[in-house]
Ligand binder design. Sequence first.
Ligand code: ADP
Ligand code: F6P
Length: 333
Amino acid sequence: MTANKEIKTIGVLTSGGDAPGMNAAIRAVVRRGLSRDINMKGIKKGYSGLINEEIIDMTAVNVSDTIQRGGTILQTARCAEMRTPEGQQAAADVCKKHGIDALVVIGGDGSFAGAQKLANLGINTVGVPGTIDLDIACSEYTIGFDTAVNTAMEAIDKVRDTSTSHERVSVIEVMGRNAGYLALWCGIANGAEDILLPEKYDYDEQKIINNIIDNRKKGKKHHIIINAEGIGHSEAMAKRIEAATGIETRATILGHMQRGGTPTCKDRVYASIMGAKAVDVLLEGKTKRVICYRDGEYIDMDINEALAMKKTISEYQFEVSYSLSHNYSKNPK
Ligand code: ADP
Ligand code: F6P
């Protein structure tokens, strides 16, 4: 889709769950825009701040000293009103009132759906994938994943130290309501014995219990179960496992600590390039686009197409992880 008019002012907002690297993306959007003599506006608190006109001028200086910070300097929110036609019209009207010709939306699929609706109402929009969940089908990378997965991995290593010392079973819950990428990556990186993913868990707890008993017989001193937030109930699961196996079992819910902290180099670099690219795409006269990383390239694609895509968990990666943590051989010598 081509832009509906010449762009003089671009707004930027962050929406949905925050992700480390969002500040690097905001900085890139603002500085790339300023370098092209565009007026830059920041919208606070996602779509909620847009509807409530929480709009500030962005300068090169007010994004200074932010690239290394976690969270989002513009703050973020989840906004139910934006899901309604009235809310979407109100948001578009605010853009027009403040002379915002185009909007860069940094967030996940939900945030892109909001950008899609605004584009239909005449506001030029581009989405930048920002979520720790890595669950945006059109892009092989989403800003925040690398930092979050490293934070979770380091925390799980620490839990494993104490779990091994006490010969316990540990159920460790990582974020991901609908997506198991954090869980799968931690499962591989931490050498977990079981990985429970919302996309494929069959709720067969007896299988896990049998695994634990089997591994104990083989001399394993720990049993790490990575449980994705989408399955949840880690405390209750730990109690049931302890009752069935007679082995002390503890649950650890890592929670929101996974979303904070200093972004890794990877997150800063991907965010900087994606943010700059979003401005370039708008200035090329395109709208209703999403920036994606695919096959080693940063590209843009249509939001409708991007939102229609589905991301699946790799069966092969899951199987490899399992085979590296279990029996090794069917006929052990
Ligand atoms: P994410 O962007 O990380 O997927 P959410 O799904 O929570 O996070 O979406 C963030 C915000 O985007 C929502 O709070 C809402 O304001 C907006 N949004 C989500 N879905 C839609 C939709 N279908 N139409 C319009 N706006 C939406
Ligand atoms: O989308 C990012 C995410 O952290 C998910 O992994 C998690 O399910 C959700 O947000 C938690 O949201 P909230 O901050 O509302 O608890």
